[in-house]
Design a protein around this ligand. Structure first.
Ligand SMILES: Cc1cc2nc3c(=O)[nH]c(=O)nc-3n(C[C@H](O)[C@H](O)[C@H](O)COP(=O)(O)OP(=O)(O)OC[C@H]3O[C@@H](n4cnc5c(N)ncnc54)[C@H](O)[C@@H]3O)c2cc1C
Length: 477
């Protein structure tokens, strides 16, 4: 164990990225505290992660990293009911309207709901002796001294809720919205963003630390803290996606989908209706319909079936019609993908890092968020191995390198889908035409299907699609 970077690291947010960051930090700091506003004793979707109701495919690269950080976690999840599948034998991919040929790859994946996956990460984090999880506590600000972040202020959740009620505030729910069909209402982000508080009043508590990591997802507070501390904000790139989800949990008749464990139906220009069907723990299937470019999938059973009739192969649509519903249909909307270019800043406060959706959040249809959070944890580990001097600069540079391929893949596809001006540049048009050709050829040539699925699974960089044997097969096909 290394432990040389400092005494105390504080991770704000116990989502997937926060938990993975905490795992890494536990090797470098004497103590690590994770602050989370939700209670963490349940096993269903929680308020701070409303997207947890919807399909959360873990890309193969994400699973590899989780396995590296928590050896044996994949087997543990499977033993507890998660569904293992072999790529691309039990994963059926229908991309660009073409159903990919199948071939064993030796790569395996694990399919589970997001709360199940997060619950298993949390369990492993709790086993780390120097990590404390402070749930039901809301982060209200950071403490600073001489341009450095020196800790965070937190308040017990009840205290924050009472104060918000006194002030008549309803909270800021952000631009995206995700629900499960349970009781409505969301009091996310009822803190005091935009100021750097000195703690002490009204039930607030100070946590002093050498390093604070903002892992608070799309509602991350770093932008407000930078402004309050007199630092420039990062440049922001954003791509309008206007994606909407409808999700239904079902019990399918046995073997209704043969050996398939996951079925992904991608959207493409001219077909804005997509779907993801995942076998998950509890002998259930989680079916998420995804509408692109402002198209909202239905929330009634008949509309749900009709969407699948139009978008999915006939056997898939029939299996869903024959299934037993396990509750209502929940919805989510994601207006845009956003990437903050922290690596381009010339000044950034010491003692602060950012990770996960707080740096970059993607169009979820590509399933990249958790895998990218995992890659950022590795970037944190690498950066800390080089000491704490210039930590933020080295970390954000490493994060940018890890993010580039995922951002390139998802934004390239989104721009093409919307026929956005950026997608009409010659280089982008040629690339998109090549991708469409690869998808067509992948229907007959399993080697191309494998190459494609490895790139979309972040196992290989996008440049792997330009390797001579892939190009040759694409041209021949
Ligand atoms: C509809 C939808 C579907 C998605 N599907 C996929 C998918 O298929 N595959 C995939 O890999 N990714 C998917 N994603 C993305 C994925 O959810 C995120 O990328 C991933 O959860 C990593 O996010 P995070 O840990 O940075 O933030 P989050 O998961 O959002 O976690 C942030 C945490 O911070 C806590 N928090 C926030 N503010 C405070 C505060 N003030 N005080 C204390 N705690 C606070 C929250 O309660 C929460 O626990 C999807 C996203 C959406 C919206």
């Amino acid at each position: 164990m290394i432990r040389k970077a400092g005494e105390h690291a504080i991770v704000l947010g116990a989502g997937v990225s926060g938990l993975l960051a905490a795992r890494v930090l536990a090797d470098f700091y004497e103590r690590v505290s994770i602050v989370e506003r939700d209670p963490l004793d349940g096993d269903g979707p929680r308020r701070g992660v409303p997207q947890g109701f919807h399909a959360h495919a873990l890309l193969p690269r994400g699973l590899q990293v989780m396995e590296e950080l928590f050896p044996g976690i994949a087997a543990e999840m499977v033993a507890d009911g998660a569904v293992p599948y072999e790529m691309i034998v039990q994963l059926r991919m229908i991309m660009g309207g073409y159903e990919f040929a199948k071939m064993p790859t030796g790569e395996t994946g694990v399919s589970a709901t997001r709360p199940f996956l997060e619950g298993h990460l949390l369990r492993r984090v709790r086993r780390l002796q120097n990590v404390t999880v402070l749930d039901r506590h809301q982060v209200t600000g950071v403490m600073t001294s001489g341009g450095r972040v020196t800790g965070a202020t937190v308040a017990e959740r009840a205290t924050v809720a009472e104060r918000a009620a006194d002030a008549g505030g309803s909270g800021d729910v952000g631009e995206d919205e995700a629900t499960d069909p349970g009781p409505a209402g969301d009091d996310r982000n009822t803190g005091t963003a935009g100021t750097v508080e000195t703690a002490g009043d009204g039930g607030e508590r100070e946590l002093h630390g050498d390093l604070v990591v903002d892992a608070m997802g799309r509602g991350g507070r770093t932008l407000a803290w930078l402004e309050a501390m007199g630092f420039d904000p990062p440049e922001e790139e954003s791509i309008k996606v206007e994606v909407a989800y409808s999700t239904w949990y079902l019990r399918l008749p046995e073997k209704a989908l043969g050996e398939d464990r996951m079925i992904l139906v991608g959207t493409y220009p001219g077909q804005p209706k997509g779907a993801a069907l995942c076998a998950v723990e509890g002998d259930r299937w989680l079916v998420t319909l995804g509408g692109n470019a402002g198209l909202r999938p239905p929330t009634d059973p008949e509309g749900f079936y009709e969407w699948l009739d139009a978008a999915a192969p006939a056997d898939v649509a029939a299996a869903v019609r024959a299934a037993e519903p396990l509750g209502g249909i929940g919805t989510a909307r994601i207006p845009k993908s956003v990437r903050r270019r922290y690596e381009r800043l010339s000044r950034f406060p010491e003692g602060l890092l950012v990770t996960g959706d707080a740096i970059c959040n993607f169009n979820p249809v590509y399933g990249q968020g958790m895998a990218v959070g995992a890659l950022e944890a590795l970037a944190m580990r690498e950066s800390l191995r080089g000491g704490t001097a210039g930590l933020a600069r080295r970390y954000f540079a490493a994060v940018a390198g890890a993010l580039d391929p995922a951002w390139q893949l998802s934004t390239g596809a989104d721009l093409a889908l919307r026929n956005a001006p950026e997608s009409r540049a010659l280089r982008v048009r040629v690339l998109n035409a090549y991708i469409r050709r690869l998808q067509r050829v992948a229907a007959r040539d399993p080697h191309v299907a494998v190459a494609f699925s490895r790139v979309s699974g972040l196992l290989d960089p996008p440049s792997a699609l330009m390797r001579p044997h892939v190009v040759w097969r694409a041209l021949r096909g």
